[in-house]
Design a protein around this ligand. Structure first.
Ligand SMILES: *Cc1c(COP(=O)(O)O)cnc(C)c1O
Length: 344
């Protein structure tokens, strides 16, 4: 049976160029700082983001944890959205490992945090309160439909952070999707941001890895915290080699994923009984079922029987993600299968 896997852009497999680069990668022991391929990936990443330094880590979850551990001491507080990946999907890592206090405020539907909400969340200097240390933003915003935070909005949060003497960490798991969608240089989304992490293993299709970028001092301390959580890897250049290809060859093509997502959303929106949440800005389509013939809990199973895979992300809420390996023809096929499923 033909399978179209729209569960996540993490299911992407490495390209032939990545496999070749991995096989031929020059290697060393990265805990000693001696893996030339890892060093090259870190240099390229820092250049690309406009920061002094960068650090390769095994996952986005570890990248966020290591970054927060580097910004905050125990008992200090992070202001973040109640829909943030780090709040919802990272096993409570900042509290579990760092004794760091998450202070959630509502995410707006467009993925932003209202400046007034951030302002009132910052604690006054009083022994009753935890110390506010960090603001966390997410771009693109996963649970808010893959929404993109603009250059202007980011700058306004940076300004507020400076005023309140706070740092900003950007969960940029899909920051290249944001840059491609806006048609800006990724550096423009980074101005004044203290640290960012991005995933190589999502839409960029590398098999493993994320990168943290920040100042030289920040990255030196993050290297220590990576060791604390067991993220120091040895001949990691075999993974970094794929990451280098990902950054060279896979960024511009994200526009195809965005076009496929828009086409999918338009097609699904025309099928009676399906409601698409919003026109996708990037590679995610969020969907609800609005009909009585079968319960929403059956939609994923019924479509799986037709070879179309996607995830339930809430009560009667579904997410479909386009990525490398999903073609225009796959979108047509998916729409046909949905159409038939909704009529059966
Ligand atoms: C996937 C994701 C992460 C975590 O990345 P993993 O590599 O899966 O640990 C962090 N933030 C966002 C927004 C994500 O989508």
């Amino acid at each position: 049976m033909r399978i179209v896997d729209l569960r996540s852009d993490t299911v992407t497999l490495p390209s032939p160029a990545m496999r070749k680069a991995m096989a031929e990668a020059e290697l060393g022991d990265d805990v000693f700082g001696e893996d030339p391929t890892v060093n090259r990936l870190q240099e390229r990443s820092a250049e690309r983001m406009g920061t002094e330094a960068a650090l390769f880590v095994p996952s986005g979850t570890m990248a966020n944890l290591v970054s927060v551990l580097t910004h905050c001491r125990r008992g200090e507080e992070v202001i973040l959205g109640n829909q943030a990946h780090m709040f919802r999907y990272e096993a409570g890592s900042m509290a579990a490992v760092g004794s760091i206090h998450p202070h959630t405020i509502p995410n707006q539907p467009d993925g932003t945090l209202a400046l007034s909400d951030i302002r009132s969340a910052v604690r006054p200097g009083d022994v009753h309160f935890p110390r506010t240390r960090l603001i966390l933003l997410e771009n693109t915003h996963n649970r808010c439909g893959g929404a993109v935070l603009s250059v202007e909005y980011t700058a306004s949060v940076v300004q507020l952070a400076r005023e309140k003497e706070l740092c900003i960490h950007l969960d940029g798991a899909r920051i290249f999707n944001a840059a491609v969608s806006l048609g800006v240089d990724v550096k423009d989304l980074m101005r004044g941001i203290d640290s960012v992490c991005f995933c190589l293993s999502k839409g960029l299709a590398a098999p493993v890895g994320s990168v943290i970028c920040g100042s030289r001092d920040f990255i030196a301390e993050a290297r220590r915290n990576r060791k604390v959580v067991g993220g120091g890897m040895r001949q990691a250049g075999i993974l970094a080699a794929a990451g280098l290809v990902a950054m060279e060859e896979m960024v511009d093509r994200l526009a195809e994923d965005h076009a496929n997502a828009r086409k999918l959303a338009e097609g699904l929106g025309n099928i009676t009984g399906l409601v698409v949440e919003a026109r996708p800005a990037t590679n995610m389509v969020y969907l609800r079922l609005n009909m009585q013939r079968f319960p929403a809990t059956e939609l994923v199973g019924r479509m799986k029987d037709r070879g179309i895979l996607f995830l339930t992300v809430g009560e009667n809420r579904f997410r479909l993600v386009t990525h490398y390996g999903i073609t225009d023809a796959d979108i047509d096929y998916t729409l046909t299968q949905f159409f038939d499923c909704m009529r059966e």
